[in-house]
Design a protein around this ligand. Sequence first.
Ligand code: FAD
Ligand code: EPU
Length: 348
Amino acid sequence: MQVLNNFSLQQYNTFGIDVSSRYFATFSDERTLQEILEYRNQLPVDANAATLILGGGSNILFTKNYDGLVLKNEMKGIAVVKEDEEYVYVKAGAGENWHQFVLYCIAQNWAGLENLSLIPGCVGASPIQNIGAYGVEIKDVFDSLDAFHLQDKKMIHFTADDCAFGYRESVFKKQCKHQFAICSVQYRLRKRPLFNTSYGAIEQELEKMGVHELSVKAVSDAVIRIRSSKLPDPKVIGNAGSFFKNPEVPSVIYDKLKQQYPSIAGYTLPNGNVKLAAGWLIEHSGPKPGVSWKGYRIGNSGCHEKQALVLVNLGGAEGNEIYDLSESIIASVHEKFGVLLEREVNIL
Ligand code: FAD
Ligand code: EPU
């Protein structure tokens, strides 16, 4: 066990924000985690109180130095726990890279994760915001997880019901926020695929690729191609994916907006409400009349030119610059459309 002081987090967050943590340590097994937590008791009270479990740092915006203990989860391992005729139950360590894990499952021809290809970050964070893309969310393939309670120092088993998954939500973003280190996640994958290509762009991409017979690999490749064409690679331009959630509004509000703005993008949910495309709302509002946020730059922060929902660090941005840009976007979208955007990214 090694606890480092004043450790730079610049390489540990995909926005590439240059901040540091007062204390930093990594753990790859439960015993080391326990040891670090024991050691934490000797730290000054304020640092002792603040503990952040870090995965790939791809859904975090640091606005200041972290005045506490950052623990990078590096628990590894992939194993089949059980199987039956239809399903294979696969357990993965929280520190496994998400996309590498998806590729591993695809190579075994296990189905269910292909639409979630190329999402940055680690396995352990996948249930935190119930990651989703192209019509699939983690909750659709989730079986259970094991998480270590940071105060009570014991392992707790969570079923899907315990996790209370919602759109980009779970119990770990609400009542259990920052209380647990998720150590492993178990997924229930299909031996015979049930493809979900309902998201129009996938069908079109498969067509372009000349695929006539569906396979998990082909769907994964299509998703990778679509994502690479519009989402900025964090290694090149700092970002954390969608900065805001797509807002849900009652259908009467949507109908009024649609009358005024016929091109507005949205789709009806099973509860009758409409999910609006935040990217559309941001693209169609801006810092001043006639100017769109899309591709707009303020200092070193900006709104991506191909995807207005993605805020970017154009080089050397401070977390607060990006946060302030998000405030301005929220205000202008609200002023123009009366819709309040909620941030998806965790602000620290
Ligand atoms: P981090 O950013 O390290 O952490 C996120 C939160 O989870 C923090 O609060 C952290 O404390 C907590 N946390 C992380 N690991 C653990 C753990 N083991 N135990 C307890 N708490 C933990 N998301 C989507 O849902 N769909 C997308 O399509 C998508 N596309 C993206 C595209 C790009 C280019 C980028 C940069 C991001 C995208 N994201 C997307 C967001 C992000 O990849 C996911 O939210 C991912 O799950 C975050 O994983 P991470 O390991 O980087 O988490
Ligand atoms: N749009 C615009 N302008 C833009 C961007 C989008 O008008 O600049 C409109 C278009 O009409 C487009 C629609 O928005 O058809 C939807 O865009 P897209 O398919 O790119 O998806 P999204 O709603 O912007 C969501 C998720 C992504 C996920 C994709 C694919 C949220 C907040 N974001 O984005 O997740 O990868 O769908 O399923 O739900 C993330 O969470 O970080 C993330 C990237």
